[in-house]
Design a protein around this ligand. Structure first.
Ligand code: HEM
Length: 164
């Protein structure tokens, strides 16, 4: 059960981080080679399709992340997480105590940034439904770019969490 849970967690991490990197490294540069109205159609279409997949992956990451803590050989309960014991190296696995707090803080920040990106995109698409008419949303794009970099940092923190 523990191994299956970790497998699902890592598969969802690949989907989330891979999707963000693909968007930044492939989809956006490709869209930028097109005229503004076409560019907007491409980006809106791709974003709509990835949004549900990406957020589903994030929900599963949180659930399986809690599962990882609960099912690991030296388990950590949700109560220990909320009481703060999970961050005390005297009480739990020292790798977890050292790295879990950073990981959860970054995950929270990523969620806030991506919510900001998605809410501003959806609002712009509603206010300017015809292609080519929406103004650029620099702050939303910056938020998504930062969330992409932070997601890669979360991968590093995850390795430290398990291997010190
Ligand atoms: C963006 C979100 C997340 C990503 C990309 C992510 C990624 C990963 C990856 C790649 C690993 C495997 C590390 C390794 O074996 O070296 C891992 C392990 C782990 N993650 Fe996450 N994670 C995320 C969210 C969470 C959350 C929200 C929690 C806790 C509530 C969590 C708890 C854990 C735990 C405890 C492990 C260790 C599993 C073990 O015992 O081997 N993760 N994570």
């Amino acid at each position: 059960m523990y191994q299956l849970n970790v497998f699902i967690h890592v598969a969802m991490a690949a989907l989330w981080v891979g999707g963000l990197i693909y968007t930044a490294a492939v989809a956006v540069p490709f869209a930028l080679t097109h005229a503004p109205d076409e560019r907007q159609q491409i980006l809106r279409g791709l974003a709509r399709r990835f949004r549900r997949l990406g957020w589903s992956a994030m929900v599963i990451l949180i659930l399986t992340g809690l599962g990882n803590l609960w099912l690991r050989p030296a388990p950590i309960s949700p109560a220990q997480l909320f009481s703060g014991e999970a961050f005390d190296a005297q009480k739990v696995d020292p790798f977890i105590a050292e790295w879990l707090g950073w990981k959860l803080a970054l995950v929270l920040l990523i969620i806030v940034l991506m919510l900001y990106h998605d809410i501003t995109s959806i609002r712009a698409a509603r206010e300017h439904p015809s292609p080519g008419s929406a103004p650029g949303r620099r702050s939303g794009s910056l938020a998504a770019a930062l969330a992409t970099l932070l997601s890669i940092a979360v991968l590093y923190l995850s390795v430290r969490l398990v291997r010190g």
